[in-house]
Design a protein. Structure first.
Length: 286
């Protein structure tokens, strides 16, 4: 009798465990760029090795459909590929006067942190997006934006997520490099710290189409422009930041199961200083 009761208890426990896992799987949609869950991902391609980690901070409950999480990304971890020369200051030339020097290389490594919350009942939410990278003229540069997102279900297989971001660009104050050494040492405008050269606005849209339970594609496009300050896409020689105003990306994914997928990605932009990139990626949700 005791053995029978023990067997029933074990079977009941396993059934509950499998039911809970199935319920958790039902709450994960790895093709949805706004879904929140805990996961790890790694990729490699033309721009080197990348790492991605997502942590779910709060999950939906019986009384609330709200999910909250944070995503961290490190791109080109080993700083691979051809480097762009980096501005290192002005020097006096006997024939040409003050000329710029480029005695360093711009790092291709970058970091991205996102915090977001989404209401799974009505598909609305908001997020904060921060990117830290190296700029060929200004050195360390951070782009920090925040804004709302909404979900538009066109069909059962086709979804669209428009996002509107507003934020600021933060760069190193390199006035001491721009001025001649003697002026930098004596002038009152020489300073150190950080500058906020631009306020910017970004419009973005994601579109996903699921062919079946195992294959789906995700397309994203974004356009960024300045609201005030230095021109986002204007040349550095014209006082701008010389950044790509348009970015487009497409992913084709094979969903192995609810918690694992493999993606092939391609990215392009309208900048003359960057090349199109591609990479293959593996993601695992927990």
């Amino acid at each position: 009798m005791k053995k029978h009761l023990l067997s029933v208890a074990v079977v009941a426990s396993m059934t509950c465990g499998f039911s809970a896992m199935a319920a958790d799987d039902a709450d994960i949609d790895m093709s949805n760029p706004t879904d929140v869950y805990t996961s790890l991902g790694a990729s490699y391609g033309s721009e080197g090795a990348n790492f991605k980690a997502q942590l779910m901070l709060s999950e939906k409950t019986a009384t609330s459909g709200q999910k909250t999480g944070v995503i961290f990304e490190a791109k080109n971890i080993f700083n691979e590929g051809d480097k762009t020369p980096q501005f290192t200051g002005m020097v006096a030339h006997p024939d040409y006067g003050m000329i710029p020097t480029f005695n360093d290389e711009t790092s291709k490594r970058s970091y991205r942190m996102r915090y977001g919350t989404i209401n799974t009942t009505n598909g609305t939410g908001w997020s904060i997006d921060a990117i830290l990278a190296d700029h060929p003229f200004y050195g360390n540069m951070a782009v920090i934006q925040a804004g709302p997102v909404m979900t538009i279900p066109v069909t059962d297989s086709f979804y669209i997520w428009p996002i509107l971001y507003a934020g600021a660009v933060v760069v190193e104050d390199n006035m001491s490099q721009i001025l001649p050494p003697d002026m930098a040492a004596s002038t009152a405008v020489s300073s150190s710290g950080i500058d906020v050269p631009s306020l910017i606005l970004t419009g973005m849209v994601y579109a996903r189409y699921a062919f079946n339970d195992h294959w789906w594609t995700l397309v994203s496009a974004s356009y960024t422009d300045e609201i005030q300050g230095k021109g986002w896409s204007d040349d550095i020689m014209d006082g701008g930041l010389q950044m790509a105003s348009f970015n487009g990306e497409i992913s084709v994914a094979y969903q192995m199961n609810k918690r694992q997928n493999i993606r092939v990605n391609f990215k392009t932009d309208n900048s003359d200083s960057t090349d199109d990139s591609y990479w293959i990626e593996y993601n695992h949700a927990f």
